[in-house]
Design a protein around this ligand. Sequence first.
Ligand code: F0G
Length: 370
Amino acid sequence: MPSASSASDRSAAAIPGSGSTGPGVLRRYREHLPITDATPMLYIGEGATPLVRSQRLEKEAGCEALYFKLESCNPTGSFKDRGMVMAVAKAIEEGDRAIMCASTGNTSASAAAFAAHCGLQVYVLVPKGRIAQGKLAQAVAHGARVIAIDGNFDAALRLALTITDIHPIALVNSVNPYRIEGQKTAAFEIVDALGDAPDYLFIPVGNAGNITSYWRGFTEYQRLGKAQKRPRVMGFQAAGAAPIVLGHPVEEPQTIATAIRIGNPASWQGAVNARDESGGDIQAVSDDEIMSAYYRLAREEGIFCEPASAACVAGLLKVTREGLSLAGQTVVCVITGSGLKDPETAMKAKADLIELPADLAAIEKALGFA
Ligand code: F0G
């Protein structure tokens, strides 16, 4: 664990991120972000994620072009790195020595990685037993102080808000406005890659920070003339954790997609604005629909994402099945996190795992070659 004094001892040459190669979202989008001469230009490999064309689901959805924005390719395996780099840079600029977040897993993994890079102390509050193993492993490996509470994400966030109010610790959940600012760069990248905004954006919704960020990004690019239009924003919550769809908080949210197991989203209003201003919608998808999309992405597209990410693809398949025509439309689905974070869920597929002796004839027989 780095000592608390190590950050202040750094010489200018040792500013975190300096000397790294690659642009990073802070450098690439500096003019659109709240960056001053005193903001450290942190970079651990975030941003510039691929936009991959669908091979099979595009046809089924009936759109002109379907792309997956692979936010799972960020350094800690989720979109959180875009917002975290901005939030941590501002925390350092403002003299903070410690950061804290509540998390369903990905935020804590990202916060822990940036804290390690910058020599900050990091505390995370997670719902006990409700976070994917890979995410917990990341926070532990990066040296975070992890507290698993007997309660859900919403309770953890309330506690994190109180603790960071009383103690000199920066809160790096998406209630921190710098998180939203950093995350909007994903919308910029989509427009920069496609030459304009897509017609539709499909995105999973949990605490609702990301949908808020994308809408801000598309809106700013249109205002600057870098995009001619803004997409309709289609957000998807898990049916057991769908407060925005229901119009009221959910006391005990339930879903296999633990990343979006949230009953009272902090950026609720931002999500509603994105929906209403864009002429989009926010709907619910069942756990079965989520898992079906999860395996289809893995098996028909070569994309291994986590269940929460698959929620938006489940939503795309659902709304088109129910009659929404996407003919002639360009669609982007945001693949928010990597499937490697949650191998236990993947293995529930009663894997085609056959155990045999190391024997050619036996293997040929099992594979149907003999
Ligand atoms: N997808 C993944 C993989 C996530 O980890 C999250 C949120 C979301 C979607 C939803 O994004 O909250 O901005 O609406 N994860 C947070 C966390 C809550 O703690 O890692 P959102």
